[in-house]
Design a protein around this ligand. Structure first.
Ligand code: ADP
Ligand SMILES: Nc1ccn([C@@H]2O[C@H](COP(=O)(O)O)[C@@H](O)[C@H]2O)c(=O)n1
Length: 212
């Protein structure tokens, strides 16, 4: 199959709902059949806007859960390039510095691209580029527990900062933008990234799309 027929699966849902986990599971299991060169994962987080021109005091004030924090135009262009068989340079992002690192990762065209991110389904252009879309419908209290642990252990945050950010922006933006975008999902996955049946259904769908 040529790269022009890339299958793009979009996985959206709340922060810490299990998007990365299910994306990684599908990636690892499909790699066994397709080979590591034919499948890739792209995180919407890589497309947070560069803020290197701003001082740290200002960067921490950004609302990272509002669609305008992300460069969806660049993401859409990259997906179109990959579909056209052209490689792209995916920006690297630092949650500690709240900006792009200045480095990038080369991604070559793939048969399957798994895209994961909180606000993907809010954007009509991105939705149009997807062959199938998923919403991880994990209860918000579970997401908060997982985010708190992850952000303290992996993203250089304090418990206090995670809870303040959650109340000020993460939860309100979920209710305003992310939860309403659930209506655009083809599949709604309860409980989180370890949902075995949902993972199998998605893998079967991808295999079906590849065989067209
Ligand atoms: N079903 C689950 N059971 C236990 N831990 C989970 C489950 N799903 C995700 N996690 C953990 O919760 C955290 C957030 O999950 P992740 O997949 O990174 O979420 P997201 O990509 O949606 O932000 C990670 O530390 C992950 O290992
Ligand atoms: N500098 C940043 C950038 C993003 N965030 C938070 O990340 C969340 C999205 O990533 P997930 O892996 O959790 O889906 C989003 O809710 C932002 O609040 C951040 O805290 N700092």
């Amino acid at each position: 199959m040529s790269a022009a027929h890339s299958v793009i699966i979009g996985i959206a849902g709340a922060s810490a709902s299990g998007k990365s986990l299910i994306a990684r599971t599908i990636y690892e299991e499909l790699c066994r059949d397709l080979g590591t060169n034919e499948i890739g994962v792209i995180s919407e987080d890589s497309y947070y806007r560069d803020q290197s021109h701003l001082p740290m005091e200002q960067r921490v004030l950004t609302n990272y859960d509002h669609p305008k924090a992300l460069d969806h135009q660049l993401l859409a262009r990259h997906l179109e390039n990959l579909k056209d068989g052209k490689p792209v340079e995916i920006p690297c992002y630092s949650y500690v510095e709240h900006t792009r690192t200045g480095e990038s990762l080369l991604m070559t065209p793939k048969k399957v691209i798994i895209l994961e991110g909180i606000l993907l389904l809010t954007d009509p252009k991105l939705r149009d580029l997807m062959d199938a879309s998923v919403f991880m419908d994990t209860p918000l209290d579970i997401c908060l527990i997982r985010r708190l642990r992850r952000d303290v252990e992996e993203r250089g945050r304090t418990m206090e900062s995670v809870l303040t950010q959650y109340q000020n922006t993460v939860r309100p933006m979920y209710l305003q933008f992310i939860e309403p975008s659930k209506q655009y999902a083809d599949i709604i996955v309860p409980r989180g990234g370890k949902n075995r049946i949902a993972t199998d259904i998605l893998k079967t769908r991808i295999q079906h799309l590849l065989s067209r």
